[in-house]
Design a protein around this ligand. Structure first.
Ligand code: CP
Length: 356
């Protein structure tokens, strides 16, 4: 249970909310420690290996076969929605989805709060993507207030709520899969510690790059290179967080400025869905922030190229088909499914069964 009123809870800063979240709410990258990240990486690897055999897949599909999941995605999504759905299927969960407010009773005027309370009557996990910055936090508060509890390894817990991306601020599970991908890419060269990571594009409204920046608090001697046109540069609150946590960063005016130095290049598209005036025509990427085929020749031999996807013109199409192992964004989206298997398995306390 939570004693705070909804208004008081919503008024807390992200860091003030962290102690309430425990394992029942996944909203902010700041909530993960280095130990959490290392554990998730090991668990994701184990799930991937186990699922390769028929016996392993059968074992996994029995783990949560008595649980129901709702994927409440009322903002556009392909890979977060599908990878969560696939992850739930791997663990044997029964799945439901709601993808359009217009076909829910919210179109009849039901509040989001009442709708969430209704969802919690039927399901044991809610994964949600909603345009509202606080929608997942509201769902968490309602789950904490609800008398419905799940019995997990002998304890009674609130129904967990996972944010699949909310507003422009955070995409916590994307940052987990990004860390998994970076860790795998740097396996032979000492892991993420000490690396230079260049983030490119719309850093201002890109929730993936914000969440990934927060996670850098868990690594030693990382330098972030922010390559963006001035109007899309990283927001001040992230820079303050980096300063407070002694994480170095530099602002760059083009990809070329950092390409030879970076250990990872993380591209993003212009997030024009947040423009004041949304039209059918997407704005073009600025020429200095397009990853060109020729840049593969300038990248370090050990570097990797990531993108949370979807992408548009910020990466030349030839890069997709260059058959270069340093281009990892398609592997990155597959990694997302395994990381989400690991996340759900841990939330429901079956991680030790998988590991042993
Ligand atoms: N990376 C990501 O969140 O992709 P979708 O919007 O397709 O879910």
């Amino acid at each position: 249970m939570i004693e705070l009123s909804l208004d008081d809870f919503l008024a807390l800063s992200e860091s003030e909310k962290l102690p309430f979240l425990k394992d029942y709410g996944i909203f902010y990258a700041q909530q993960f420690s280095r130990q959490d990240l290392d554990d998730y990486n090991i668990l994701a690897d184990r799930c991937r290996t186990l699922f390769k055999s028929r016996d392993g897949a059968q074992f996994m599909s029995g783990l949560l076969s008595n649980r129901f999941a709702l994927n409440f995605f009322v903002q556009p999504s392909s890979r977060t929605f599908l990878s969560f759905s696939a992850a739930q299927a791997i663990l044997g969960m029964k799945r439901m989805s709601l993808r359009d407010i217009k076909i829910s009773s919210m179109s009849k005027g039901e509040s989001l709060a009442d709708s969430i309370r209704t969802f919690l009557s039927y399901v044991d996990l809610v994964v949600m993507r909603h345009h509202g910055e606080d929608a997942a936090v509201l769902a968490f508060w309602i789950a904490m207030k609800s008398h419905r509890r799940l019995e997990v390894n002998g304890t009674n817990r609130p129904i967990p709520i996972i944010s699949g991306g909310s507003g422009t601020k955070q995409h916590p599970t994307q940052s987990l899969l990004d860390i998994y991908t970076l860790s795998k890419s740097f396996e032979e060269i000492g892991g993420i510690d000490g690396k230079k990571i260049m983030l490119v594009g719309d850093l201002k409204r890109g929730r993936t790059v914000r969440s990934l920046s927060y996670l850098m608090k868990n690594y030693r001697d990382v330098t972030l290179l922010f390559a963006a046109p001035p109007q899309y540069q990283m927001e001040e609150d992230i820079l303050v967080f980096l300063d407070e946590n002694n994480i170095s960063y530099h602002m760059l005016n083009s990809i070329e400025e950092g390409i030879g130095d970076a250990d990872a290049i993380y591209m993003t598209r212009i997030q024009d869905e947040w423009d004041d005036q949304v039209t059918d025509r997407h704005p073009e990427a600025h020429k200095d922030f397009i990853f060109r085929r020729a840049y593969l020749n300038k990248m370090k031999s050990t570097a990797c190229l990531l993108h949370p996807l979807p992408k548009r013109d910020e990466i030349e199409v030839e890069v997709d088909y260059a058959d270069d192992p340093r281009v990892v964004y398609w592997r990155q989206e597959r990694n997302g499914m395994w990381m989400r298997v690991a996340l759900i398995a841990k939330l429901f306390g079956c991680d030790q069964k998988i590991l042993t």
